[in-house]
Structures are given as structure tokens and as C-alpha cells.
Design a protein around this ligand. Structure first.
Ligand SMILES: Cc1cc2nc3c(=O)[nH]c(=O)nc-3n(C[C@H](O)[C@H](O)[C@H](O)COP(=O)(O)O)c2cc1C
Length: 356
């Protein structure tokens, strides 16, 4: 049904962003009663084996919404109603910005992939704060992803992250330092040791002054070398960063069956195995570091593979776009079965337990 509905929309509207915006109108409506409770009842998977505690936060299931879907936090209650275990608002920047010119999102349904060069179109950190402060309460953990404004020079990036963090610190349950989008010129240079260290140390120093210590995670690209990932892990260890999100989109085009010259980051099925490989590498290097696994998750098996490679939580974006409103429910139901099949009492027992 959902597939048919989406294909009809795409027949009339060629730009996926237009369809995305239409879906968002529906999701906004879903956030209001009585639709919210109704949807929640239809999508919720109540299974204790899926609940866990990661970086000090309780999650009722491990499937979250990846950064970028709700940049301005406009549809969070509607998204909660679809059964997610947690949500991530943003990526937000200190300055509001319009992003790159449209068309900036491209679908490749035959490969279950997307290419986007959105360029962090968002209304800025202050606007997100106002939005969260006034919206209907959500009852699942909320992460907030932060990055650098396009107009801010790379050498001043730390001030940008800090300004957003100070503004939003009380409004999120965890925070993400996003240094891995390919769509802001130079941003990925911030994954380098010295620059990342500066950002992590600065946010760390600020959170020490806050009443409640909020977990901070770093989100990395799938295109990094093992040496570069080692450097990130070193910074994470030295700055007591609480976890890592692996991975963002790739600048590579491997796994795409058609030739395209569209610039941007590719997501979906073609990045699934590379993201899992990065997760496995990080878990082997630092088994105690919580990993949020993201990249090409469409099914419970995809999610479970990332968990067994070392991810404590997972997130979806492209899988949600192609899979529709019951995607999260399908993944959670399947995960509960896989956990039981393998004799685990709880999903957390499966983390990093790969069958060799
Ligand atoms: C249209 C689009 C916009 C995105 N925007 C962001 C963003 O603002 N911040 C971020 O951290 N990741 C962003 N991402 C990356 C996703 O969060 C995710 O890391 C990536 O797409 C891989 O997961 P997937 O294969 O499930 O889509 C975006 C992805 C897409 C497709």
C-alpha cells in the first residue's frame, strides 16, 4: 500500500524533497491526538528483550531515526508514534541556512539508495530550542545533532558547535558532533585529530558546568581510512566522549547500478556492508565504546548484523523512506525473534557477538 502510494506521488512530483515535505505534513498531523495514540498502538512492539541502557540512557527498543530527517524538530511527536526507540533532531547549525539549491536529493529505487546534497538546510539552533520547548512532550530519548554553519570558517568551527551546544544543552538527551557530512565544504577535515580534539574538549568543558551531564557522540564518515578512525578513537578516549555513530553517507558510488554525476552523499543499501565493517573495526579496537550503527538498514537482519558487529543501537533513514510507516515495527518484531532464536535474554547480550 505504502509503496503504491509513494510511487504515485513520485509519478507526479519528480523531486523527492517535495514528496518528503508532503509526508512530513502527514507526520505532523500524526503527532496530534487521537491519531498519535492510535498510531502508537498500531506500531509499538512491546518486548522487554529489546530494551537496554546505553551511555546512561534507557531505550525501550534499539531502532532510532538517523540525523537529518527532522532537522528542525518539526515532526518529532508524529515520528515517536511510529515506534522508534529514539529520535535525533538536526543536524542543526548555529546560523540558519537554506542549504544547497534544489534539486538536491535523488532516488535510486533499483538500488535502494539515495544521493543527497542538502547542505544542512535548517532554521538554526535558537529556532530548534524554541520548537522543542513548546512542542508536545515525547517519551523516548531525543538526540540533537550539531554541525558547523556554512558561513563559519573552519578555524572558527568550535565556536559554532559551542554556541549551538550551549543553546540546546538542556533540550536533548544526548548530542552528536557531526563532522562527517560531505555537503559542507571542508567539514570532514574536522574529523582530523587536532580539530576534533578542540571541539570535543570545548563541549566537554561546557557540559561540566551544566546541572546534568549529557552524553556526547561523534558521527563519522564511512570513507575514512583505518588510521583516521584510530585517530578519532584516540580523541574519543582522551575526551571521555560517550559513543560514536557509524556511519554517515559516502562520497563513493560503489553499489549503484547506474552512472550518475550528481554530487553528494550516498546512503542506503550500497553503504550497508561498509558501515558494518567500520562498526566491527571500532568494536574490535574499543569493545567498551557504545556504537550507534547506521547505514543501509532495511530489515531486522540488517539491524541484527550491525548489533552483532558491535552496535548497541541502530538508526535508519533511507530504509525508513523506502520502507514506510511500518518499517520500524517490522525491524523490531524481527529483532525480538532473532534475539530469542539465538538464546539471548536481551538485545544487549548480542552486541559484538558475531558468529565467525
Ligand atoms: C536526505 C538525507 C539527509 C541527511 N542529513 C543528515 C544530517 O543532517 N545529519 C546527519 O548526521 N546525517 C544526515 N544524513 C545521513 C543519515 O543520518 C545516515 O547517516 C545515512 O543516510 C546512512 O543511513 P541510511 O543508509 O539508513 O540512510 C542524511 C541522509 C539523507 C539521505
Amino acid at each position: 500500500m505504502y509503496r503504491l502510494f509513494i510511487e504515485i506521488l513520485f509519478f507526479f512530483y519528480k523531486d523527492p524533497e517535495t514528496v518528503h515535505r508532503m509526508v512530513n505534513v502527514l507526520l505532523k498531523a500524526l503527532g496530534a491526538e487521537p491519531f498519535r495514540s492510535l498510531a502508537q498502538r498500531m506500531t509499538e512492539v512491546k518486548d522487554r528483550s529489546l530494551s537496554s541502557e546505553v551511555f546512561g540512557i534507557g531505550f525501550k527498543n534499539p531502532v532510532g531515526l538517523a540525523g537529518g530527517f527532522d532537522k528542525d524538530g518539526e515532526i518529532l511527536p508524529g515520528l515517536e508514534a511510529l515506534g522508534f526507540g529514539f529520535l535525533e533532531a538536526g543536524t542543526v547549525t548555529w546560523h540558519a541556512q537554506t542549504g544547497n539549491p534544489r534539486q538536491r536529493m535523488f532516488r535510486f529505487p533499483q538500488d535502494m539508495a539515495l544521493i543527497n546534497r542538502m547542505g544542512f538546510n535548517n532554521k538554526g539552533a535558537e529556532a530548534l530550542k524554541k520548537r522543542i520547548a513548546t512542542m508536545k512532550r515525547i517519551h523516548i530519548p531525543l538526540g540533537i545533532s550539531l554541525s558547523k554553519s556554512k558561513i563559519t570558517e573552519l578555524k572558527d568551527a568550535v565556536d559554532d558547535y559551542l554556541a549551538s551546544f550551549k543553546t540546546l544543552c538542556r533540550f536533548g538527551d544526548y548530542f552528536v558532533i557531526n563532522v562527517s557530512s560531505p555537503n559542507t565544504p571542508g567539514l570532514r577535515q574536522l574529523q582530523g585529530k587536532d580539530m576534533l580534539m578542540n571541539i570535543c574538549e570545548t563541549l566537554n568543558a561546557h557540559r561540566a558546568q551544566e546541572e546534568k551531564r549529557k552524553p556526547i557522540l561523534v558521527k563519522i564518515a564511512p570513507d575514512m581510512t583505518w588510521e583516521a578512525i584510530d585517530d578519532v578513537l584516540d580523541v574519543i578516549r582522551r575526551c571521555a566522549i560517550d559513543g560514536i555513530i557509524a556511519t554517515n553517507t559516502t562520497v563513493g558510488r560503489e553499489g549503484l547500478s547506474v552512472e550518475t554525476f550528481e554530487a553528494g552523499g550516498m546512503s542506503g543499501k550500497p553503504i550497508r556492508d561498509r558501515a558494518t565493517e567500520v562498526i566491527r573495526y571500532i568494536h574490535t579496537k574499543n569493545p567498551l565504546l557504545p556504537i550507534v550503527g547506521v547505514g543501509g538498514i532495511f530489515t531486522a537482519e540488517d539491524a541484527y548484523e550491525k548489533i552483532r558487529a558491535g552496535a548497541s543501537l541502530v538508526q535508519i533513514y533511507t530504509g525508513f523512506i523506502y520502507g514506510g510507516p511500518f518499517a520500524v515495527q517490522r525491524i523490531n518484531r524481527g529483532l525480538a525473534k532473532l534475539v530469542k532464536r539465538d538464546g539471548f535474554k536481551n538485545i544487549s547480550e548480542a552486541v559484538g557477538k558475531e558468529v565467525k
